[in-house]
Design a protein around this ligand. Structure first.
Ligand SMILES: Nc1ccn([C@@H]2O[C@H](COP(=O)(O)O)[C@@H](O)[C@H]2O)c(=O)n1
Length: 291
Protein backbone atom coordinates (compact mmCIF):
# COMPACT_ATOMS: atom_id res chain seq x y z
CA UNK A 1 0.00 0.00 0.00
CA UNK A 2 1.35 3.45 -0.87
CA UNK A 3 1.88 6.18 1.72
CA UNK A 4 -1.01 8.21 0.23
CA UNK A 5 -3.39 5.27 0.52
CA UNK A 6 -2.37 4.74 4.16
CA UNK A 7 -2.93 8.46 4.84
CA UNK A 8 -6.44 8.30 3.37
CA UNK A 9 -7.41 5.13 5.31
CA UNK A 10 -6.01 6.67 8.48
CA UNK A 11 -8.08 9.85 8.10
CA UNK A 12 -11.22 7.81 7.28
CA UNK A 13 -10.82 5.65 10.40
CA UNK A 14 -10.30 8.74 12.56
CA UNK A 15 -13.43 10.39 11.09
CA UNK A 16 -15.56 7.27 11.48
CA UNK A 17 -14.79 7.09 15.18
CA UNK A 18 -15.30 10.82 15.73
CA UNK A 19 -12.93 11.09 18.62
CA UNK A 20 -11.11 14.10 19.97
CA UNK A 21 -7.36 14.46 19.45
CA UNK A 22 -5.89 17.17 21.65
CA UNK A 23 -2.68 17.46 19.68
CA UNK A 24 -2.84 15.82 16.21
CA UNK A 25 0.87 16.51 15.62
CA UNK A 26 1.75 13.97 18.31
CA UNK A 27 0.71 11.24 15.87
CA UNK A 28 3.43 12.44 13.52
CA UNK A 29 6.00 12.77 16.30
CA UNK A 30 5.85 9.14 17.45
CA UNK A 31 6.93 7.84 14.01
CA UNK A 32 10.63 7.68 14.87
CA UNK A 33 11.74 4.74 17.11
CA UNK A 34 8.29 3.99 18.49
CA UNK A 35 7.18 1.57 21.19
CA UNK A 36 3.76 0.69 22.61
CA UNK A 37 3.04 0.52 26.34
CA UNK A 38 -0.40 -0.86 27.15
CA UNK A 39 -2.57 -1.78 30.07
CA UNK A 40 -4.24 -5.21 29.72
CA UNK A 41 -7.65 -5.69 31.38
CA UNK A 42 -10.36 -3.65 29.67
CA UNK A 43 -7.74 -2.06 27.39
CA UNK A 44 -6.40 -4.94 25.28
CA UNK A 45 -9.36 -7.04 26.44
CA UNK A 46 -12.95 -6.05 25.83
CA UNK A 47 -15.03 -4.44 28.56
CA UNK A 48 -18.29 -6.07 27.41
CA UNK A 49 -19.66 -8.34 24.70
CA UNK A 50 -23.36 -8.82 23.82
CA UNK A 51 -24.32 -6.83 26.91
CA UNK A 52 -22.27 -9.04 29.28
CA UNK A 53 -19.08 -8.01 31.10
CA UNK A 54 -15.95 -9.71 29.82
CA UNK A 55 -13.83 -11.14 32.68
CA UNK A 56 -10.60 -9.51 33.80
CA UNK A 57 -7.58 -11.73 34.58
CA UNK A 58 -8.74 -11.67 38.22
CA UNK A 59 -12.30 -12.65 37.26
CA UNK A 60 -11.03 -15.61 35.19
CA UNK A 61 -9.85 -17.09 38.49
CA UNK A 62 -13.47 -17.17 39.74
CA UNK A 63 -13.82 -20.71 38.47
CA UNK A 64 -14.78 -23.67 40.65
CA UNK A 65 -11.69 -25.46 39.31
CA UNK A 66 -9.60 -22.97 41.24
CA UNK A 67 -11.60 -21.49 44.10
CA UNK A 68 -14.45 -22.81 46.24
CA UNK A 69 -17.98 -21.44 46.56
CA UNK A 70 -17.55 -19.55 49.82
CA UNK A 71 -14.57 -17.53 48.66
CA UNK A 72 -15.50 -13.85 49.18
CA UNK A 73 -13.50 -12.54 46.21
CA UNK A 74 -16.61 -11.41 44.31
CA UNK A 75 -17.88 -9.46 47.32
CA UNK A 76 -14.58 -7.61 47.38
CA UNK A 77 -15.03 -6.72 43.70
CA UNK A 78 -18.50 -5.33 44.43
CA UNK A 79 -17.09 -3.20 47.24
CA UNK A 80 -13.88 -1.92 45.70
CA UNK A 81 -14.48 -1.67 41.92
CA UNK A 82 -16.98 1.23 42.40
CA UNK A 83 -14.27 2.98 44.43
CA UNK A 84 -11.65 2.37 41.72
CA UNK A 85 -13.78 4.15 39.09
CA UNK A 86 -15.38 6.77 41.37
CA UNK A 87 -14.96 10.17 39.67
CA UNK A 88 -15.72 11.91 42.98
CA UNK A 89 -12.66 10.55 44.82
CA UNK A 90 -9.07 11.64 44.33
CA UNK A 91 -6.28 9.18 43.48
CA UNK A 92 -4.74 9.88 46.94
CA UNK A 93 -8.00 8.82 48.54
CA UNK A 94 -8.20 5.66 46.42
CA UNK A 95 -4.58 4.55 46.94
CA UNK A 96 -4.85 2.88 50.40
CA UNK A 97 -8.15 1.28 49.41
CA UNK A 98 -6.63 -0.26 46.28
CA UNK A 99 -3.73 -1.66 48.35
CA UNK A 100 -6.35 -3.08 50.75
CA UNK A 101 -8.33 -4.66 47.85
CA UNK A 102 -5.35 -6.24 46.10
CA UNK A 103 -3.82 -7.46 49.37
CA UNK A 104 -7.06 -9.12 50.48
CA UNK A 105 -7.56 -10.76 47.07
CA UNK A 106 -4.00 -12.07 46.91
CA UNK A 107 -4.42 -13.52 50.43
CA UNK A 108 -7.71 -15.17 49.45
CA UNK A 109 -6.14 -16.68 46.34
CA UNK A 110 -3.25 -18.08 48.38
CA UNK A 111 -5.77 -19.58 50.88
CA UNK A 112 -7.49 -21.29 47.95
CA UNK A 113 -4.26 -23.16 47.12
CA UNK A 114 -4.63 -22.46 43.40
CA UNK A 115 -3.00 -25.04 41.15
CA UNK A 116 -0.71 -23.90 38.33
CA UNK A 117 -1.80 -26.78 36.08
CA UNK A 118 -5.44 -25.60 36.21
CA UNK A 119 -4.82 -22.06 34.92
CA UNK A 120 -4.86 -22.90 31.21
CA UNK A 121 -8.17 -24.76 31.60
CA UNK A 122 -9.70 -21.86 33.55
CA UNK A 123 -8.75 -19.47 30.73
CA UNK A 124 -10.14 -21.85 28.10
CA UNK A 125 -13.45 -22.17 29.98
CA UNK A 126 -13.74 -18.39 30.51
CA UNK A 127 -15.32 -15.83 28.22
CA UNK A 128 -12.09 -13.78 28.12
CA UNK A 129 -11.91 -11.78 24.89
CA UNK A 130 -9.34 -9.48 23.39
CA UNK A 131 -10.71 -6.40 21.59
CA UNK A 132 -11.91 -6.72 18.02
CA UNK A 133 -8.91 -6.20 15.72
CA UNK A 134 -6.45 -7.50 18.35
CA UNK A 135 -4.72 -9.87 15.93
CA UNK A 136 -3.83 -7.07 13.51
CA UNK A 137 -2.51 -5.04 16.44
CA UNK A 138 -0.29 -7.76 17.96
CA UNK A 139 0.87 -9.22 14.62
CA UNK A 140 1.62 -5.86 13.04
CA UNK A 141 3.75 -4.68 15.99
CA UNK A 142 5.67 -7.97 15.96
CA UNK A 143 6.22 -7.89 12.18
CA UNK A 144 7.68 -4.38 12.48
CA UNK A 145 9.76 -5.23 15.58
CA UNK A 146 8.00 -2.56 17.63
CA UNK A 147 8.27 -3.46 21.34
CA UNK A 148 4.99 -3.93 23.21
CA UNK A 149 5.19 -3.57 26.97
CA UNK A 150 2.03 -4.87 28.65
CA UNK A 151 1.68 -3.36 32.08
CA UNK A 152 -1.04 -4.92 34.17
CA UNK A 153 -2.30 -4.82 37.72
CA UNK A 154 -4.04 -8.10 36.94
CA UNK A 155 -2.48 -11.56 37.27
CA UNK A 156 0.51 -12.06 34.96
CA UNK A 157 0.23 -15.86 34.69
CA UNK A 158 -3.41 -15.58 33.55
CA UNK A 159 -2.63 -12.68 31.19
CA UNK A 160 0.12 -14.74 29.50
CA UNK A 161 -2.28 -17.65 29.07
CA UNK A 162 -4.92 -15.37 27.46
CA UNK A 163 -2.51 -14.05 24.85
CA UNK A 164 -0.98 -17.51 24.31
CA UNK A 165 -4.40 -19.06 23.68
CA UNK A 166 -5.14 -16.25 21.20
CA UNK A 167 -1.84 -17.04 19.39
CA UNK A 168 -0.38 -13.54 19.76
CA UNK A 169 2.35 -14.05 22.39
CA UNK A 170 5.11 -12.74 20.11
CA UNK A 171 8.82 -12.17 21.00
CA UNK A 172 8.42 -8.34 20.95
CA UNK A 173 6.27 -8.52 24.13
CA UNK A 174 7.45 -7.75 27.67
CA UNK A 175 5.06 -8.00 30.61
CA UNK A 176 5.06 -6.28 33.98
CA UNK A 177 2.37 -7.67 36.29
CA UNK A 178 1.59 -9.54 39.51
CA UNK A 179 3.03 -13.01 39.03
CA UNK A 180 2.11 -16.05 41.11
CA UNK A 181 4.77 -17.95 43.04
CA UNK A 182 4.06 -21.70 43.14
CA UNK A 183 5.65 -24.24 45.47
CA UNK A 184 7.40 -27.38 44.14
CA UNK A 185 4.04 -29.21 43.91
CA UNK A 186 2.52 -26.44 41.76
CA UNK A 187 0.35 -24.85 44.48
CA UNK A 188 0.16 -21.06 44.87
CA UNK A 189 2.14 -19.97 47.93
CA UNK A 190 2.70 -16.21 47.37
CA UNK A 191 2.83 -13.41 44.80
CA UNK A 192 6.23 -12.36 43.49
CA UNK A 193 7.72 -8.90 44.03
CA UNK A 194 6.10 -5.60 44.73
CA UNK A 195 2.29 -5.50 44.43
CA UNK A 196 0.97 -3.62 41.38
CA UNK A 197 -2.50 -2.06 41.58
CA UNK A 198 -4.28 0.43 39.33
CA UNK A 199 -2.75 3.54 40.87
CA UNK A 200 0.87 2.62 41.64
CA UNK A 201 2.04 1.83 38.10
CA UNK A 202 4.60 4.64 38.32
CA UNK A 203 6.58 2.75 41.01
CA UNK A 204 6.27 -0.47 38.98
CA UNK A 205 7.49 1.36 35.88
CA UNK A 206 10.48 2.83 37.69
CA UNK A 207 11.56 -0.48 39.20
CA UNK A 208 10.88 -2.79 36.21
CA UNK A 209 10.82 -0.84 32.93
CA UNK A 210 14.10 0.88 33.78
CA UNK A 211 15.85 -2.49 33.30
CA UNK A 212 14.26 -3.34 29.94
CA UNK A 213 16.66 -2.39 27.15
CA UNK A 214 13.99 -2.77 24.46
CA UNK A 215 11.95 -0.14 26.27
CA UNK A 216 14.82 2.27 26.87
CA UNK A 217 15.87 2.39 23.21
CA UNK A 218 12.51 3.77 22.05
CA UNK A 219 11.77 7.39 23.07
CA UNK A 220 8.40 7.74 21.29
CA UNK A 221 5.53 6.01 23.00
CA UNK A 222 1.99 5.08 22.09
CA UNK A 223 0.35 4.49 25.48
CA UNK A 224 -3.01 2.71 25.86
CA UNK A 225 -5.03 2.53 29.06
CA UNK A 226 -8.49 2.54 30.58
CA UNK A 227 -7.68 4.26 33.86
CA UNK A 228 -6.06 7.56 34.79
CA UNK A 229 -3.57 5.43 36.74
CA UNK A 230 -2.31 4.03 33.42
CA UNK A 231 -0.93 7.44 32.42
CA UNK A 232 2.21 6.80 34.52
CA UNK A 233 3.10 3.54 32.74
CA UNK A 234 5.80 5.22 30.62
CA UNK A 235 7.54 6.83 33.63
CA UNK A 236 10.23 4.13 33.57
CA UNK A 237 11.42 5.18 30.10
CA UNK A 238 14.23 7.55 30.98
CA UNK A 239 14.37 9.70 27.87
CA UNK A 240 10.88 9.93 26.38
CA UNK A 241 10.51 12.43 23.55
CA UNK A 242 6.81 12.11 22.78
CA UNK A 243 3.97 10.15 24.36
CA UNK A 244 0.65 9.80 22.56
CA UNK A 245 -1.95 8.58 25.05
CA UNK A 246 -5.20 6.79 24.21
CA UNK A 247 -7.81 6.28 26.93
CA UNK A 248 -10.59 3.71 26.62
CA UNK A 249 -13.53 5.09 28.58
CA UNK A 250 -15.65 2.00 29.21
CA UNK A 251 -17.69 2.67 32.32
CA UNK A 252 -19.21 5.65 34.20
CA UNK A 253 -18.84 7.59 30.97
CA UNK A 254 -20.62 10.85 31.78
CA UNK A 255 -19.05 11.13 35.23
CA UNK A 256 -15.51 10.57 33.95
CA UNK A 257 -15.57 12.09 30.46
CA UNK A 258 -14.18 15.46 31.45
CA UNK A 259 -11.23 14.10 33.40
CA UNK A 260 -10.40 11.64 30.58
CA UNK A 261 -10.52 14.37 27.93
CA UNK A 262 -8.27 16.53 30.11
CA UNK A 263 -5.79 13.71 30.67
CA UNK A 264 -5.54 11.56 27.50
CA UNK A 265 -4.71 12.82 23.99
CA UNK A 266 -7.41 10.60 22.50
CA UNK A 267 -10.48 9.30 24.33
CA UNK A 268 -12.44 6.34 22.93
CA UNK A 269 -15.90 6.08 24.43
CA UNK A 270 -17.41 2.58 24.68
CA UNK A 271 -15.32 1.48 21.71
CA UNK A 272 -14.71 -2.30 21.89
CA UNK A 273 -12.31 -2.32 18.93
CA UNK A 274 -8.62 -1.73 18.27
CA UNK A 275 -9.46 0.31 15.15
CA UNK A 276 -7.88 3.58 16.30
CA UNK A 277 -4.68 2.06 17.76
CA UNK A 278 -4.43 -0.08 14.59
CA UNK A 279 -4.83 2.94 12.32
CA UNK A 280 -2.12 4.80 14.25
CA UNK A 281 0.25 1.82 14.32
CA UNK A 282 -0.23 1.28 10.58
CA UNK A 283 0.32 4.97 9.91
CA UNK A 284 3.49 4.94 12.00
CA UNK A 285 4.88 1.81 10.29
CA UNK A 286 4.01 3.06 6.82
CA UNK A 287 6.50 5.85 7.33
CA UNK A 288 9.99 5.20 5.99
CA UNK A 289 11.39 6.62 9.26
CA UNK A 290 9.80 4.13 11.64
CA UNK A 291 12.34 1.28 11.37
N1 LIG B 1 -9.90 -8.60 42.44
C1 LIG B 1 -9.79 -7.81 41.38
C2 LIG B 1 -8.83 -6.80 41.32
C3 LIG B 1 -8.78 -6.01 40.19
N2 LIG B 1 -9.64 -6.23 39.20
C4 LIG B 1 -9.59 -5.41 37.98
O1 LIG B 1 -8.43 -5.71 37.23
C5 LIG B 1 -7.91 -4.54 36.64
C6 LIG B 1 -6.40 -4.53 36.78
O2 LIG B 1 -5.75 -4.90 35.65
P1 LIG B 1 -5.13 -3.91 34.51
O3 LIG B 1 -4.64 -4.88 33.50
O4 LIG B 1 -6.28 -3.06 34.01
O5 LIG B 1 -4.03 -3.10 35.13
C7 LIG B 1 -8.46 -3.36 37.43
O6 LIG B 1 -8.91 -2.35 36.58
C8 LIG B 1 -9.55 -3.94 38.29
O7 LIG B 1 -10.82 -3.38 38.04
C9 LIG B 1 -10.57 -7.23 39.25
O8 LIG B 1 -11.34 -7.43 38.29
N3 LIG B 1 -10.63 -8.03 40.36
Amino acid sequence: MSKNETDIIFILVLKRHQFMVKDPYLILLIILFPQVISDFDMTLTRFAHNGMRVPTTHNILDNRLLINEDCTKKELLNTYYPIEIDAGRSTEEKLPLMVEWWTKVHELLIDQRIRKDMLARAVKESSAMLREGYKVFFDHLAEHHIPLLIFSAGVGDVLEEVIRQNHVFHPNINIISNYMDFDHTGVLQAFKGQLIHTFNKRQGALSHAAHLRQVQDRPNVLLLGDSLGDLTMADGVTDTHNILTIGFLNDQVEERKESYINSFDIVLVKDETMDIPNAIVKYVTSSRYSK
